[in-house]
Design a protein around this ligand. Sequence first.
Ligand code: RIB
Length: 303
Amino acid sequence: MIIVFGSIALDIVQLVPRLPRPGETILTADYVMLPGGKGANQALAAARAGGDVSFVASVGDDNFGQRALNNLELAGVDLSNIIERTRPTACATISVDSSGENQIVVSSGANLETTADQLEPEAGDFVLQQMEIPLAEVWRGIECAKANGAKCILNAAPFQAIPPEFLGQLDVLIVNEIEAQMLADSLDLRGEELSSVCAQIQDRYDITVVLTLGANGALAFSNEERLQVNVLPVCAIDTVGAGDAFVGAFVAAMSRQFTLDECMAWGTVAGGLACTKPGAQDGIPETAAIRSRLDEIQVSHVG
Ligand code: RIB
């Protein structure tokens, strides 16, 4: 079982000619309200990639909560550990400009009331977390996963410093370039190439580190191997949620005992396909769509 412990939100997406400067008002014609939140997106990606998924999170007693849960319900994700809280369901305002560049503000609402007391992992489970709920609960989530014999995967997004004692308890850490840079700064590894930072973190904490590089593919560093993966060639129209699609499909592959090569390929295809439709969840692919593009991914062993 994959247990995704994290955030859920309703995304209000506005297409703007350009992103506003501080203090500036920009007019735009329409907007759409779509399910989102990094935790929910990753839970959906894991389920669509064939994983058996339970999502542990909080919503408000409101219409946003129902709308935000809709896709997860349809995908058959177990929602029995979702709690209705006093704060409203989180909402993210996402502005996307004509070049696809985006700006996101998340009002956390009920995500702030999510607690690791909701978690009930068992030995052999995969607990997947991000950093959109209170940090103390992320750390408790790691401890709870490890104490119960579950594998622990952290997508350090949006980045906040990770104390070494928790880094060392992870099985897999997944970061993008910005997060890897911030991680390097927080660990006093400034000025080094990001690939060297990730290799050092892998070695120092004995964990697998995955570095996603957007249009340049991805790298993985484990005890046994270093891998480089090309990007899936797609016509990208919206990158919001692409990282979540990568993470969810990667963990779905892990839960099926796939090799690290295969997990990277599944994540890469899912992340690429997610960019071909607007919104965080509409582009998240099903298993068949992922399988049909796997032969376009080359995984090279480097170093
Ligand atoms: O990763 C994309 C997500 O980040 C969006 O769905 C938005 O809710 C923000 O949390």
